[in-house]
Design a protein around this ligand. Sequence first.
Ligand code: ADP
Ligand code: MG
Length: 449
Amino acid sequence: MSFADLGLSDELLRAVTESGYTEPTPIQRQAIPPVLMMKDLIGIAQTGTGKTASFVLPMIDILAHGRSRARMPRSLILEPTRELAAQVAENFEKYGKYHKLSMALLIGGVSMGDQIKALEKGVDVLIATPGRLMDLFQRGNILLTGCGLLVIDEADRMLDMGFIPDIEEICTKLPKNRQTLLFSATMPPPIKKLADKFLTNPKSIEVSRPASANLQITQRLVEVDARKKREVLRELIDAEDVNTAIIFCNRKTTVRELAKSLKRHGYKAGEIHGDMDQPARLAELELFKKGEVNLLVASDVAARGLDVKGVSHVFNFDAPWHPDDYVHRIGRTGRAGATGKAFTFITKDDVEAIENIEKLIGQKIERVAKQVRAEAAEPAAKAPRARKPAKTEQPQKAETPAREERAAGDRKKKPSPEPRAARQAPRDEEADDGWNGPMPGFLSVKLCS
Ligand code: ADP
Ligand code: MG
């Protein structure tokens, strides 16, 4: 089946062809026709399967007819993070180049300017993060009564970040007879509840089992001594012929220190985490996309949906606390049919986390032999080669297992049947991610022509 079979307009097909896509992904094949028919839809598909285009494409054709009015956006797309919102905006620009749609991006951390003016003039598409949208709504800068189409994207991530109450409130401000689309990689009960409450007779599409990890990704667990993580990471990077990699850590401090350490060892490493302001994050991403930096050390804020092409490897320097994060992290590689490799470092404290991950993805992850070597190398540290790097690793003391354990104690002790409860409160990584911060910001992007 080709894009032309989906009922999209000729202008749109031209833009799609120019973007290099030859055929729709399974979620696009199944979602685009019902969305064009103005049906409500729940789309569940793993990360990297092309969910964005499955709503952006039909939206462009739906919005091609009709006009926007002052302060009354005609459609609204909710995204959990600024990066994802910016990516969706890029998609609108790319596919909407032959349409005259106007768009505004409403995200925190970007300076305010003539963007309110754009909103005043009226926009066809408003892309926003829930917190920022609520701010503006409360100031009376925006009316949602003319918004006939709502997209809740990355719904499971919204849940993780504690945005569900905001979304519920936003839903009540929109007209009842709107079209609502919800996309997610997984479908935990609170998302199901949200869908039941705010979608009308939705068509449900599930492309693969929820949270199944991408089969194109070779996954390995690497057992390491917590004090040897950096050393093992460098060994792996060297041995693995890494083209580009994202290296995930659970904490911002770890991100910063690891990036510094890698640079000290001569690697082209960059970092992205919640302490950086938006321009700094985008600048770092840009360096990574351009290849000036090929190892991006990241926190989970950067994990979801970031569309960076050609990532050959994902390293989980820390095993993620939440199993869903695992799926999202490793989803950064093996995008849209490409193959990728994901290595997850595990220490003796991660046993439960790994069990939960394996339960979620429904498969056992192979443990690599390398771990044995790395561990074996330790008692035999008389060998000068093994000892030397250990000495240069003084700063790593900041992350001795004892401290990690204490800091993570709260979360780890949560009984596993209710890990979701812990997620309602934003994690420390996200708490200062700018959503509740004082800096109002919003940026609009006009589509071409
Ligand atoms: P998701 O939201 O499901 O995680 P995205 O929409 O971000 O995934 O898309 C993942 C990647 O796949 C992006 O790089 C996107 O450009 C690419 N992609 C999307 N649709 C197609 C297609 N039909 N053919 C080839 N690549 C595609
Ligand atoms: Mg997405």
